[in-house]
Design a protein around this ligand. Structure first.
Ligand SMILES: O=C(O)/C=C/C(=O)CC(=O)CC(=O)O
Ligand SMILES: [Ca+2]
Ligand SMILES: [Mg+2]
Length: 421
């Protein structure tokens, strides 16, 4: 695939910083300033089994697990856990109180002496999957992606299915194979049958792909039989992460009729280590595209607060930028996806994760997977390839809200056993 033209500086490349400065002296434009404050879970080499909650500030992690009394936030017990789940479960009022207290701690110069020993350079810590994933759903919400993929997978049918503009299509994925950024991704073995194959073949996928997506993390649960309305979205959804829905296109193309993706996607899904609270995106809200059909009342967001988010994603393969998918172009919003997911009375659990679907914009350098970028022809991923997604959103007063990164390197498929070879 051709590299993207006219590169802009990656938000991950923090501007130059002099070594004499401390963890709280951020360079101008650092995307992890006081308006971002994403939560993660880390450990340090001296205590590798002690997982602690931290917040990212610049290129450091501030340990929140045992803050000194002068800056101890309300609900500090929730921050002493080894995962974010207790904080997620606590609900929006608590999320806001904790975030306000953390912001006050990192911005008040009088606290710096006390907090500096609790700051670890990112390079010195191990980042872990920050929450225990409950259920996992993946949507299909980009009109551009759905149209492009529809043409490739179903050249004789209409690109968009008849239901596409009436409901956000999704499928249930595999929560147990969600992995944190940096985890290697092993090429899956599986069954495939191309148009020229007389019978199905078995072996390593030859069409391994990525999907650049945004994940939404559910905090507060809901009750069974009680749908979550559009305007209750922010009572339930805690925050946002980056997500790569690794996809074996050959396995997927053969297996997906009629129930949708299965083994072609369930071998691994990577997420970023940082969960950014929704409140960080207040300045980045956008109106979704105009609706082409009237929506049923439970999905009709015409009078709702703008449901889109202006996240600018960048996809690199082996360090070379291949795409810049714009999340603001998504047809269906996360609030509509949540309303649809629960309209039948299905309940939410703390730690549920739902992904936006591949983010593809209208332009050729805005496509969120290699299938689209190469018009179905490949090349797809080779063993050893490393794929990284980064993103940022506009914040207050020209600040950037960084989402960190989700990265993974492809490892060779396991050797086939006697029954499989
Ligand atoms: O059009 C299809 O048959 C399937 C497309 C997908 O790859 C499903 C998917 O993961 C949805 C998405 O990421 O948008
Ligand atoms: Ca997907
Ligand atoms: Mg996947």
């Amino acid at each position: 695939m051709p590299p993207v033209q006219s590169p802009e500086p990656s938000p991950e490349q923090s501007p130059e910083k002099s070594p004499a400065q401390g963890p709280f002296d951020l360079a101008e434009g650092d995307p992890f300033g006081p308006h971002t404050l994403p939560y993660g879970v880390f450990s340090t080499p001296d205590a590798p089994t002690r997982r602690r909650i931290g917040v990212r500030f610049g290129d450091h992690v501030l340990d929140l697990s045992d803050l000194p009394a002068a800056v101890r936030p309300p609900h500090a017990d929730l921050l002493a856990a080894p995962t974010l789940n207790p904080l997620l479960a606590a609900g929006r009022t608590v999320w806001r109180e904790v975030r306000a207290a953390v912001r006050a701690a990192v911005t008040e110069p009088a606290h710096r002496t006390a907090l500096t020993p609790l700051c670890h350079p990112l390079a010195d810590v191990t980042l872990h999957l920050p929450f225990e994933v409950a259920d996992y759903v993946d949507f299909y919400a980009s009109e551009h992606h759905a149209t492009n993929v529809g043409r490739i997978f179903r050249p004789n049918g209409s690109a968009l299915p008849a239901n596409w503009k009436h409901l956000p299509i999704g499928y249930h994925g595999r929560a147990g194979t969600i992995v944190v950024t940096g985890t290697p991704v092993v090429r899956p073995n599986g069954q495939r049958k191309g148009g020229d194959d007389a019978t199905p073949l078995f072996g390593p996928s030859t069409r391994l792909d990525i999907e650049a997506e945004v994940g939404f993390v559910v905090g507060a649960p809901s009750n069974h039989h009680e749908p979550v309305a559009l305007d209750a979205f922010r009572d339930h959804v805690f925050g946002v992460c980056l997500l790569n829905d690794w996809s074996a296109r050959d396995i997927q193309a053969w297996e997906y009729v009629p129930l949708g993706p299965f083994l072609g996607k369930s071998f691994a899904t990577s997420v970023s280590a940082w969960i950014t609270p929704l409140d960080a995106f207040d300045e980045a809200r956008t109106q979704p595209p105009a609706r082409d059909f009237p929506l049923l009342p439970y999905l009709d967001d015409a009078a709702a607060e703008p449901g889109g988010i202006d996240l600018r994603i960048e996809v690199t393969v082996n360090g070379e930028t291949v795409s810049r998918p714009p999340f603001a172009s998504m047809y269906w919003t996360a609030a509509q996806q949540l309303a649809h997911m629960t309209v039948n009375g299905a309940s939410l659990r703390t730690g549920d994760l739902f992904a936006s679907g591949t983010v593809s914009g209208p332009e050729p350098d805005q496509l969120g997977c290699l299938l689209e970028l190469t018009k179905g022809q490949g090349p797809f991923l080779q063993d050893g390839d490393e794929v990284t997604l980064t993103a940022w959103a506009p914040g207050p007063d020209g600040a950037r809200i960084g989402l960190g990164e989700v990265t993974g390197r492809v490892l060779p498929a396991p050797a086939l056993g006697g029954d499989q070879a």
